[in-house]
Each structure stands twice: as C-alpha cells, then as structure tokens.
Design a binder for this molecule. Structure first.
Ligand code: G4P
Length: 527
C-alpha cells in the first residue's frame, strides 16, 4: 500500500453519537455538519423538527412521528482529517440498529443533557461501547439552561457509567448567566454571546484566567470561580490519551449545541484524539486497516433510502485496503465473486456514486437480496468478521393474513425484513403459525407498514403466548435430540434457519435451562 493511502487511512475518524432521546443528538449533528460544511446554514433548530430530519428521513411514518428510524452516514473533511459520522436512530425501539452501528465505528461522542444527567439509554449504549472498549468523548449539553451542578454531573458520569471523567473545559455560569467556558489546558476563556452563535462566527477568546478581561467578564464571581477551578483541577481526573484510547477515560466538554457553542472546540480536539481505523477481529485472525487487500463487513441493511428507487442498501464498514470502482469482491458466505461498480457514499443523506474508499469508510452496496447483516467481503481470502450481534427479541406477535392468497408475498417480505434486521421471524416446528419478534413495539409498526406498502400484504397482528426467545445448541447430540423431542411445542426456526426456543414465561425458560444443562440457551447470536 502506498504511503499516501496509508496516510489517508490514518486520517480517518469514524464515530457515532450516543445519547438519550432529547439530549440534543440531532441538534449537535446539525452543528457538526455545519462545521464540516456539508450544510451552509444551521437554521435555528427550534420549530424545524420536520426539516431537520429531512436529510435522514425516508419514510412518511418517520416524519409523522418525528423520530429517526434509520441511520445514515455522513462524511466530511475537517482540519486535515476525514470524518465519518454515523447517525443512529434515536428511538429505543430501534436500539438493535444502534448497537450494530456501534460495531462499525472506532469512537463515539456521548451527548448528555446537563439538566438531566446520565439517562437510561446512555447507560445501555455505554455498555455496548464497553464490549469493545470504544473510546468515548463526552459533551454536556444545554448550558444555556439551568443545568445540574457540573461537579455532580462528573461524579454521576464516573459512578453510573463506570468511566473516569476528565473535564477539558469548565462552564462559567449557566442558563441566563452562562458566560462561556474556560479551557483547563489552554488557559483560555471562550466567551458565550447569547443569540450570536447560529453561524460560524469568529470565537471571542480571552487568554488567561489571570487577566483583566477575565476579571471583567466574571465580575463579582471572579474569586469564587478561581477557587472552583482549583477544586476541579484537584478533584477530577486529568486528560490522559492512553486511558481514553483504552476506553477507560472520557474527556468532557461543556457547551450548548442549540447555540452552537463549544461544539467546534470539542470537534477540534475530537479529531485530534480519536483513534484512526482500528484493527478488527475475524474468526481466524486480526485484520489491520493498512493491509493491502480489501475487506469489510455489513452492519446494516436499509430499505427505501430513496423512495423513488425502492431498493435496499447494505452498509459496509471497510476494515482494510481500498474500494475502487469496478473491483472484484468475494462474497465470503456465498463463496462468490462479484464485480462492484455502483457502490455509493452518503453525504448528508445524498448518495453519490463512489470512485474510491478506504479503511474506516462506510460504503453502500446495492442489495438484491443476497446480502445479509454480518456478511464479510474480501478480495479472495476466506474471513469472517466477528462481533456483530443479533439480540433475542422481547416482544412477539402472531401474523395472520387477511387474504390467504398472499402467503408467498408475506414470506418473501418477512424474509427480507428479517435479513435487514428490521424484525425477526420464527416458524414454530409444530404449527403453521408465523411469529414475528421485535425489541421494541414500534418495530412491529414499521413491519406492518412496510409489508403493506412494499409487499401489498395486509395482515393482522395477534398477541401470542411467547415471552422471550433463546437460540439453542448443544454438543451432546443425544441429549439435544431428547430436548428437541420433549420441547418441540416450544421450538421454532428463525429466519436464518437457527433453532430457537420460544418460552411462554421466564419461569418456563429457567426450568428448561435447569432441566437441560447440556443445552446452551443464548440471548444473542452472532450474525
Ligand atoms: P435528540 O436528537 O437527542 O432527540 O435531541 P434534539 O436535538 O432533537 O433536541 C431535543 C430538544 O432539545 C429540542 O427541543 C432542541 O431544540 C433542544 N436542544 C438541543 N440542544 C439544546 C441546547 O443546547 N440548549 C437548549 N436550550 N435546548 C437544546 P424541542 O423543543 O424538542 O424541539 P423543537 O421542536 O423546538 O425543535
């Protein structure tokens, strides 16, 4: 690989934003796009809910609800780096999609609502990041409001998220009295001006806390603030690049995304500190991003990104080498070589035909039904990337057709939706029922909507006596046969043909686990 390409790979920064709904993910994304010059004006976000989702929305339903159901990818150059920002759905019901997106990034930006502190979804998403020790940068948002005591917030981040927190800047006041932030490392104050930060203006900075300008800005609060800074320096963790890269420490920035204040400061450091594309594990070996030969895995499949095209795009994270237009790739699971000349890239939702991409980048492949989540593509080597999870659903419905003649369409629709990870489908061994499973109830609505819209299938969704599902396997063939015989009423095949135990209650599940210790009941399955 030429040094030019190796250098370009080293400049890649691929990350996603994690947050609890309403913490400000959409708002900060918009400001990042503004900084990346993908958009020119960040209209005051307020009152523009429909508009501001316009780049990533594709489904009428999503717009009606004002939630971001699917994720997309945005790429922009910034201060000599190439940023790949992966958007994730905000709604909890689509959390599986978010988890899988997190397998495709090298770092994450965690947005916390300063008034609310660490919330549920953030905790869950942090747990997913922890599986791979993904480095996390923290942004405490909404400083223009009355937030909680910043020291208390840092403590909460450390205690609840079990990660060391190193404040990089420290707020001066909050809400109506918010005057700016003081950078603990550069000894500069970044001055906040109400209502003036909607476009990229030149920042107003004061050099040195021990300056006349700082005294003037802080007025009667000056002495208290100096004491507070001393306390903060003494009591909090210091920035440590190695601990950050190991996922043990998060730098914390304070700001307000809405007023576009503190976002640039954060991004400037983020692109410096965040890791370049990291090595990825396969079943056989670790793949280095600067290896000559191309490899990548599919972490997401999205339908109808462009309603005019009615197609499906497989999102692939490139793990090594380079994609060039017209190259031959091996679809490892199928053992087939395919020539790819129409991979696309995504610039704020607009897709573009791609000439070239490299490790760390996300590219879109047109999927005509042959690509599944978790598929590996290479230049010939038989590899299988690991760590792309599939979660046991928590909710179940039996599907009944209004028109029995549509069975074929229903099966095709469900097959495709389950390959995309939009739902999971189960075929019980002892009945002709079709059961769909989901992690959140909105997923069912999406399935119903899409079955009707795309496959013209009108179905009834009935409640069914299933509480949870577990993928089952065993090394003891004899015992497994006995288990299969005795529990056949509870067994089903999922969309991929994997044997699954459908438990009517948690108690039933525990009893079966006790009764058949030779059988492994798994709540996640790797694709
Ligand atoms: P999400 O994607 O994480 O769900 O959050 P989003 O950006 O949609 O922000 C949620 C709400 O918080 C929005 O208000 C947004 O304007 C507001 N917000 C985001 N950042 C800040 C900030 O720094 N300061 C203040 N004061 N508010 C902020 P909304 O009323 O729900 O939306 P809208 O209808 O007014 O647009």
């Amino acid at each position: 690989m030429t040094t030019e390409i190796t250098d370009a790979i080293q400049q890649r920064r691929s990350f996603a934003i994690i947050s609890h709904p309403d913490a400000g993910k959409t708002t900060i994304t918009e400001k990042l796009l503004l900084l990346g010059q993908l958009i020119q004006v960040a209209g005051s976000v307020k009152g523009k809910k429909a508009d501001r989702h316009a780049t990533s929305d594709w489904m009428g339903m999503e717009q009606e609800r004002g939630i971001s159901v699917t994720s997309s990818v945005m790429q922009f150059p910034y201060r000599g780096r190439m940023v790949n920002l992966l958007d994730t759905p905000g709604h909890e019901d689509f959390s599986e999609d978010t988890y899988r997106t997190l397998t495709a990034v090298d770092s994450a930006l965690m947005v916390i609502d300063g008034a609310k502190g660490v919330e549920d979804r953030t905790i869950k998403l942090m747990n997913v990041c922890r599986l791979r020790d993904t480095p996390i940068v923290g942004f405490v948002n909404k400083m223009d409001r009355d937030i909680r005591d910043p020291i208390e917030l840092l403590d909460e981040i450390e205690e609840v998220l079990k990660i060391e927190a190193a404040p990089i800047n420290w707020p001066i006041g909050m809400g109506k009295e918010f005057k700016g932030v003081y950078n603990l490392y550069t000894d500069t104050i970044h001055v906040f001006e109400q209502g003036k930060n909607y476009v990229l203006t030149d920042d107003i900075r004061i050099e040195g806390l021990d300056s006349d300008e700082a005294r003037e800005l802080l007025g009667v609060y000056y002495d208290d603030y100096v004491d507070e800074i001393e306390l903060v320096r003494g009591a909090s963790h210091e920035w440590d690049q190695d601990a950050f890269l190991a996922g043990k420490l998060t730098p914390v920035f304070f700001g307000t995304a809405l007023a576009n204040f503190g976002v640039r400061e954060m991004l400037d450091d983020f692109v410096e500190w965040a890791p370049a594309p990291l090595a990825r594990n396969t079943e056989t070996r670790e793949v280095d991003p600067v290896e000559e030969k191309f490899s990548g895995f599919v972490f997401k499949i999205q339908a109808n990104m462009d309603p005019k095209h009615r197609d499906r795009i497989a999102f692939m994270r490139i793990c090594s080498g380079r994609y060039t237009k017209g190259m031959k790739m091996r679809h490892v699971r199928l053992g087939k070589d395919v020539k790819i000349a129409d991979a696309v890239s995504f610039k704020a939702g607009e897709r573009e035909l791609l000439e070239e991409a490299m490790s760390g980048d996300i590219i879109g492949l047109h999927n005509h039904g042959t690509i599944q989540i978790g598929d590996t593509f290479t230049e010939g080597e038989v590899l299988k990337f690991t760590g792309i999870p599939h979660f046991a659903p928590e909710m179940f419905r039996r599907i009944r057709l209004k028109d029995p003649l549509k069975t074929k369409q229903l099966q095709k629709g469900l097959q495709q939706l389950s390959e995309e990870g939009s739902t999971q489908v189960f075929f019980p061994m002892n009945s002709n029922d079709i059961i769909v499973g989901a992690v959140g109830v909105l997923q069912f609505e999406v399935v119903a909507y899409r079955l009707k819209d795309e496959y013209k299938v009108d179905a009834i969704y009935e409640s069914v006596n299933v509480n949870t599902a577990r993928w089952v396997e065993s090394e003891d063939d004899k015992k497994f046969e006995e288990f299969k015989r005795k529990c056949s009423d509870n067994l089903a095949l999922d969309g991929g043909g994997h044997l699954t135990y459908l438990a009517p209650t948690r108690v039933n599940l525990s009893l079966s686990e006790e009764r058949y210790p030779e059988v492994a009941f798994r709540s996640t399955r790797e694709h």
